[in-house]
Design a protein around this ligand. Structure first.
Ligand SMILES: Cc1cc2nc3c(=O)[nH]c(=O)nc-3n(C[C@H](O)[C@H](O)[C@H](O)COP(=O)(O)O)c2cc1C
Length: 392
């Protein structure tokens, strides 16, 4: 009996905590996404050669459909280079905007959900909430690094993720500057639930079809590379904004971004999580627990696209709770051309905790946490990637 077997193996030192190893055991059968695995009628026969998992989406040739999603694993040159070295099909950088000075990232910015009874500290972590904003690194720095990556990896796919305020000129300037670095495509973040809707950014656009149509119109009359619209699940029918984005010139849709959430209240301190100086805000829910919701949203978009658009010209990227090759295969079987893998959030938080531990260790001479907590801790504005870089 033919069967599909995609295996992904975790490694301890990869940029993403993940590396690719795909082994196929099904009849070679081209499908519309060009996803192929080697043929074997029974599981005992070894494939004679490496499987060809290459895909071409919107004219972009990728070695495989597995893409690093926008966030900390795309926050700087070092981690993106590692992702290319590991063989990922494409890398989507952390979202950038024109003025990084307006972005203040706080610490802590993650809270977790465990599967054990009453959130038992021993339970497996199945969900994360984050209140991280877009990149707080200067745009010039990010652009310089995009350019360097494209010079060093000209045949690899680098996708910039962008977000701007409700201002046509600003969107045009951002697109122009990002394209000058040689990136292959642009993903537009219409979907971050907590950053920064008060300025008509992120999910504030993805939840409002009229606004989305206008902004997509500005973007697509300027952009010369394919544009993907990253959609928010925080809406009743995600196929509606996806349709608007495609009708307004976008060549692809990516879904989902995080789900608006409040992780919980710490019943010992009566403070919400994550808690920054006693305050918190709803954030974005992600990881394993969101996978079924993401599959549902992607299926809804795929059905709409298949019935209304020429699937040879448009693409769909599935995101949400992908931990294994099987999780990724589910998105592809539902109609996604590519699958975005974000990160093992456990790994992220471990790195953050290590960064904090090291930071604390250099405050010699202080008597207690109270002495150092007010000294730069909550003013910390480095993103995880910068912390990681300073650790390496
Ligand atoms: C800490 C963190 C930061 C993120 N930053 C961005 C971002 O800058 N831009 C973006 O489009 N999505 C961002 N995301 C959303 C992810 O790309 C992804 O859509 C979401 O986490 C769901 O996938 P997952 O369950 O595999 O993590 C971020 C997610 C997390 C957890």
């Amino acid at each position: 009996m033919a069967s599909l077997s995609l295996t992904q193996i975790r490694t301890g030192n990869s940029a993403s905590g993940f590396s690719l190893n795909c082994r196929g055991k099904v009849q070679a059968r081209p499908c519309r996404v060009g996803f192929r695995v080697s043929a074997s009628e029974n599981g005992n026969n070894k494939a004679s050669s490496e499987p060809d998992l290459s895909v071409t989406v919107n004219g972009l040739k990728m070695a495989n459909p597995f893409v690093i999603g926008s966030g900390p694993p795309g926050t700087n040159y070092t981690v993106m280079k590692k992702a290319f070295d590991e063989g990922w099909g494409a890398v989507i950088a952390k979202t950038v905007s024109l003025d990084a000075a307006k972005v203040i990232n706080v610490t802590p910015r993650y809270a977790r959900l465990r599967a054990g009874a009453n959130g038992s500290a021993l339970g497996q972590i199945i969900g994360w909430e984050n209140i991280e904003l877009i990149s707080d690194r200067p745009l010039e720095t990010m652009l310089k690094e995009f350019k360097q990556l494209k010079e060093e990896y000209p045949d690899r796919i680098l996708i910039a993720s962008i977000m701007e305020e409700y201002n046509k000129v600003a969107w045009e300037e951002l697109i122009d500057r990002v394209e000058q670095t040689g990136v292959d495509a642009i993903e537009v973040n219409f979907s971050c639930p907590h950053g920064m809707p008060e300025r008509k950014m992120g999910a504030a656009v993805g939840q409002d079809c009229a606004l989305l149509e206008e902004v997509c119109g500005w973007i697509n009359s300027k952009a010369t590379v394919p544009v993907w619209a990253k959609m928010t699940p925080n809406i009743t029918d995600i196929s509606q904004p996806a349709r608007v984005a495609l009708q307004s010139g976008c060549k692809g849709v990516a879904a989902i971004n995080t789900i608006m959430s409040v992780m919980g209240i710490n019943l010992n301190t009566l403070r919400p999580e994550p808690c920054v100086e006693g305050y918190s805000t709803p954030g974005g829910y992600s990881a394993k627990a969101v996978h079924p919701i993401a599959l549902g949203k992607v299926m809804s978009i795929a059905k709409m696209m298949k019935s209304e658009f020429d699937m040879d010209k448009y693409s769909l990227s599935g995101i949400g709770g992908v931990e294994t090759g099987g999780d990724a295969a589910e998105f592809i079987l539902l109609g996604a051309n590519t699958v975005q893998y974000f990160t093992t959030h456990t790994d992220l938080v471990q790195r953050q905790q290590e960064a904090i531990r090291q930071r604390k260790a250099i405050k010699k001479g202080l008597q207690s946490d109270k002495d150092w907590t007010g000294d730069g801790f909550v003013k910390e504005s480095e993103s995880m990637g910068l912390k990681q870089r300073s650790l390496s």
